[in-house]
Structures are given as C-alpha cells and as structure tokens.
Design a protein around this ligand. Structure first.
Ligand code: AMP
Length: 223
C-alpha cells in the first residue's frame, strides 16, 4: 500500500500515521518530522526551513519535493506519506515521479476536523521542559497552571503551536492543501475520515476505508 494522509494540523494525522505504519508494516515519511529534525540538528536544510516552520508557512515546493522523493527512493515498497503533498504542484510532481517509478499512490485518507477544535487541540498543548510529560490546557490541564504534575518542571509551548501560528497553519491548509481533496477524489481513491473520537476509533475508520479502497481496485499494481 502506498498511502497519502491529508488533514489539518490537530486532526491526529501523525498519530494515525504511526498506528497504520505499525499495523501494516509500512515505512513512514513525515515531512514535518524531517524538517524539525533538520532544524534541531542545525543542518543547511534546517537553516532554510526554520523561518517557514516558525511562521506556520509552507517550505518552498522545490525543496520539499526533492526531500520526499529522496526519502521514497530509500524505502521498500509500502509507505505512508504524512504531511505531503500539501499543494497542487506537490501532488502533480508526486504523481508523475511515482508513475515513472511504477509505484503510484493507492489510497488517500483525509482526516476531517472542525477548525476551532483543531485550534484547541494544538494551541492548548504544553510539554514539560524537564520530563516531556504532555498536557493540554483545555482537555488535560495540570493541577497548577504552568507546572508539571509529575516532576514540578515548567510547561512550555512549541514555537509553531502558538494560537497565532496555528491559525495561520489552518489558513494555509484551507487555501493550499484542501484543494487536494478534490484532486484525489477525482482520481477515485480518496476517503474522508471523521477525526473526532478515540485514537482507536479513528484507526478503525481508517482501516475500514483502506480495505474498501483496496477492494475496489483489483489491479495489483495500485495496491
Ligand atoms: P507538520 O508537522 O506536518 O504539521 O509540518 C510542520 C511544518 O513543516 C509545516 O507547518 C511546514 O512549515 C513544514 N512542512 C511540512 N510538510 C510540508 C510540505 N509538504 N510542504 C511544505 N512545507 C511543509
């Protein structure tokens, strides 16, 4: 299976990507993780990408496409793309590059979540700077504001998770990425998944949608 996951920030797409990868034994290619790793390590790519990540803007298409294709060429068949493509030019490049390799995308899952819920899920996130315990000020607040229940360390917010940046990321998703739902639905291999529910419930929906898509297309080359 070669799968693309779409969904706004906060839809739980990254979590579902990891669950599906474990379940089906696929490779995971997550562009956000690749960029964040490069920023942390201070690579040349990290220096180029940092300002875009901090502002909630997209890294330019040419850079992103080159990174993803290099990653795809390193993994065996069967992968999940989490966070790519995010623009129509990225989707078109992906389509032609994969066609040239005889490895087309088989399924696209789009996780659907209300924008205000997405803002609460992400802008509410805090992590203990000391022991990394995760919190959410709306859904899972610490007993004392700003202080970790486990070790008393200070709770911090990721730079790209401020409310302002999250709203910008959602706007970018609406304007540049949401058109991909039409792009893939016209090709017949998109399923929308309701992203509200427990992690397991959402995974069950995703697995059912994948079974449906795979069953629908009997041609082995797509699967
Ligand atoms: P994510 O963790 O997938 O939300 O990605 C975090 C950030 O990485 C995004 O806000 C962008 O700045 C950058 N990024 C990730 N994927 C892409 C992509 N396909 N195209 C451009 N920028 C991306």
């Amino acid at each position: 299976m070669r799968i693309v996951l779409l969904g706004p920030p906060g839809s739980g797409k990254g979590t579902q990507a990891r669950r599906l990868v474990d379940r089906f034994g696929l490779s995971l290619i997550a562009t956000g993780d690749i960029f964040r790793w490069n920023v942390r390590e201070g690579t040349e790519l990290g220096h180029r990408a940092k300002a875009y990540l901090d502002a909630g803007e997209l890294v330019p298409d040419d850079v992103t496409i080159a990174i993803v294709m290099a990653a795809i060429d390193k993994v065996p068949d069967g992968f999940i793309l989490d966070g790519f493509p995010r623009t129509i030019p990225q989707a078109e490049s992906l389509e032609s590059e994969l066609a040239a390799r005889g490895r087309p995308i088989s399924s696209v899952l789009a996780f659907i979540l209300d924008e205000e819920e997405a803002v609460k899920r992400i802008a509410g996130r805090r992590t203990c700077a000391n022991c990394q315990a995760p919190y959410n000020v709306f859904f899972n607040p610490p007993v004392t504001e700003g202080i970790c229940d486990v070790c008393g360390g200070p709770l911090v917010q990721r730079t790209d998770e401020s409310e302002e940046t999250v709203r910008r990321r959602l706007e970018v998703y609406r304007e540049q990425t949401a058109p991909l739902l039409k792009f893939y639905s016209e090709r017949g291999f998109l399923r929308e998944i309701d992203a509200v529910g427990t992690e397991e419930e959402v995974t069950q929906r995703a697995v059912a949608a994948l079974a449906d898509l795979v069953g629908k297309d009997q041609s082995e080359s797509r699967i």
